[in-house]
Structures are given as C-alpha cells and as structure tokens.
Ligand binder design. Structure first.
Ligand code: AMP
Length: 374
C-alpha cells in the first residue's frame, strides 16, 4: 500500500511524468528495425524469445521462413503464403556454415543484407495494402554463428564433433551423396531455428525437394509442434528455377542453364503419356542432355558451355529412394543436379558472373502426381 502511494506520488510530479514518458519511448524503440519499415531485426536468441512470448499468450499464429538471404521471388512467394496464413511472419537470414562442405562456396556465397532489407520493406508494404493477409513481416532473425552455436562452431568436416541432428538414410542419397555434410547442417540449423522461433508453421520451397522431405521427416520423428508447408518452385520464363546461386552463372552459362529443367520436363511428358518404367523416363531426360552437350561441344571454346550431370533421379515421393517403376497411385519425384563448369577462353569484358564465375551446381525437380490427382 505504502509502495503504491509512493509510486503514485512520484508519477504525479510533472517533471517525473516527462522522465517516465521519455523512458517508455526509449523502451519502445530499444530494438533495431529495417529502415522505413516496422520490421524488427532480432540478432539474439534472447531477443526472439522476449518477442515470441506475448504472441503465444495472445494466441497469435507465428510462422517462420528460413533463408540464407540473397532474396529473390522464390523466397518472397513463401513469405506471401506465410502472411496469408499467420499473424506474424519471421524471416530468418543466416548463412549456416555447417551446411557447406569445406570445398564449397561459403566464402563467396552472396551476402546482400542492404538489398534484402529493402526487398522485405517493400514486400511488407505490399502485404499491408492487400486485405487478404492475416499478417505481415514482423521480424527478421539474423543471428551470428557464435549465437547459433553456443558451444562453439563444430566445423564443416565430415567427422566434426558436436551437437548435430542427423536424419538417415535421406541425408546420404542424391544431394547428400555429393554433399555429405549438407543435410546434417540443414537439419541441425532448422532444429535450432524451430526451437528459437517456435513457429506454428514453417515454409519451405519445392525447389529443394529433398530438403522438404528431410524436414517433414524431422518434424514427424522428433514430434515438433509445427506444420510444414511447401511452396511451389518459382522459375524464370525459360524454366530455370530461381536460386541465389544463379548470380554465379554469367551470361554465357545462363543461356544453357535451363537444360536440366528441359530434361526433367521431357521425362515428365513420358509419365503424363502413361509411361511408368524408369528406363523410358530416363531415356527421355538423357536425350535432351546429350543433345545439348553435343551442340555445345561442337562450338569453339570461346563460345561453348560445358556441364556435367551429377544425377538424374526417379524416386519414391516419401523416402526418395530410387524407383525402377512408378506406382501410379503414389507418383514419384524426378530430380537432378548438373554442374556448370567455368567458361573456357573468357572474352574481354565478358560477364562471367559473381565471384568470377566458379563451377555452379544447379538442382531442380518435378513432382509426378499420383494418377488419381492428374
Ligand atoms: P535458401 O535461401 O536458398 O536457403 O532458400 C530458402 C528457402 O527458399 C528454401 O525453403 C528454398 O527451398 C526456397 N527457395 C529457394 N529457391 C526457390 C524457388 N525458386 N522457388 C521456391 N522456393 C525457393
């Protein structure tokens, strides 16, 4: 009682009222935002937890869109879907070193913080103007590596020791066959992000189909209380799937890069015509690839683009294990990866792409729907 009346006396004094107002304003603004937007930038686990708790108590739906930045329309389509279905969208921007092999492109991976912030501020205004959305982009979570790995970063080597989430056998096949630490890194960072943000819904792109299968399995097997929503692959008009890594291509390789999508579409056409046998689908895909390789090989070095096929796969939609024939009631996943090699005989002034145009690994996929859904 005494404490209350003393507090009342202090608050009623005009000078103190001003101080209290100033302190309240300072408290309200004690967080970083993206310039010209109300989007918060949270850099620590603690900041996210403090922001998240009242949303939980208010029964607000919080969703998470994990990204590595270098944002493009593929990311934005996931954020748009999330805003339609949740009160608060959190976008994480974190280039997770654990999912890069020691010889991969971690050092040159495009970091475009300023333009990402502008893209998100513009998208947030678009979301605010569109009455069909439940929410908007409330926050970016952009942690540092020491924040994400509080016991110290365990390293990128295959035999690194540390706290990892490992989902097998899915992590060992296809993308995981060439990139042995990739899915360990992805599962580990996603488990951390899910635990930090505690989203009701998480959004992933179909473009990284093996990642979507892995995340769904992780959520199921570890009983994580989140719904996994998969958004469609967003493409350029010539079929090339958007990817942050496309900036490495440069003009010459960009022309040839849709070859993987064309090969997968040729195999899909076989399925849509009734073919179920692996050989028939693979022959159609391989014919496109061989034809393009022959065409390129016939060109002089200063004009040609050489590429290597890592794999073309026809796999089960749930396990991603290879199929010899498609069960039309289950459908399948056609996927592939090609390595676009650095161009030969670069010409003076030629646009070689980001970081001098290193080898670029492109992936893509097409879902073969069960015949009952076609
Ligand atoms: P990244 O920043 O490459 O880690 O991608 C973040 C999220 O965006 C992942 O769920 C990706 O699958 C998704 N994504 C990337 N490219 C595309 C695309 N072209 N279409 C749809 N989603 C995509």
């Amino acid at each position: 009682m005494l404490a209350l009346s003393v507090r009342g006396f202090i608050a009623s004094h005009p000078l103190n009222r001003q101080t209290i107002r100033t302190m309240a304003t300072a408290r309200r603004q004690a967080f970083e935002t993206i310039p010209s937007s109300p989007i918060r930038v949270m850099r620590t686990v603690d900041a996210v937890r403090r922001w998240r708790k009242p949303q939980y108590l208010d029964h607000r739906i919080v969703s998470l869109v994990p990204t590595m930045g270098a944002l493009h329309q593929g990311h934005l389509s996931l954020i748009r879907s999330a805003a339609r279905e949740s009160h608060h969208v959190v976008v994480s921007i974190y280039v997770n070193p654990a999912q890069f092999g020691i010889k991969e492109d971690l050092a040159s991976y495009p970091v475009t913080w300023e333009s990402d912030c502008k893209i998100l501020a513009d998208l947030d205004r678009e979301l605010a103007d569109d009455g069909g959305n439940l929410g908007r982009i409330s926050a970016i979570f952009a942690p540092t590596t020491p924040e994400m790995y509080p016991s110290g970063f365990p390293g990128q080597e295959v035999n690194s020791k540390g706290s990892f989430v490992v989902i097998t056998p899915i992590s060992e096949i296809l993308e995981g066959g060439t990139r042995p630490t990739f899915f360990r890194g992805v599962a580990t960072v996603c488990m951390k992000l899910f635990n930090i943000v505690q989203p009701e819904k998480v959004y992933f792109g179909q473009k990284d189909v093996q990642q979507t299968v892995l995340i769904q399995k992780m959520v199921k097997d570890f009983m994580l209380p989140t719904e996994v929503i998969i958004g469609p692959t967003i493409r350029e008009s010539d079929g090339l799937a958007l990817s942050s890594r496309n900036v490495y291509l440069g003009e010459r390789r960009r022309e040839v890069a849709p070859v993987l999508n064309r090969a997968l579409k040729a195999a899909e056409a076989q399925y849509l015509n009734g073919a179920l046998d692996r050989k028939q689908l693979m022959n159609a895909a391989n014919a496109i690839i061989l034809n393009d390789l022959n065409k390129q090989s016939a060109l002089p070095p200063e004009k040609r683009v050489m590429f290597e096929v890592d794999y073309i796969s026809l796999a089960d939609p749930f396990s991603m294990e290879e199929l010899t024939a498609i069960d039309p009631e289950k459908g399948g996943i056609l996927s592939g990866a090609v390595k676009m090699l650095p161009v030969e005989s670069p010409q003076p002034g030629e646009d070689l792409g980001h970081s001098g145009g290193p080898t670029v690994r492109l992936i893509d996929n097409i879902i073969l729907k069960p015949s009952t859904d076609i």
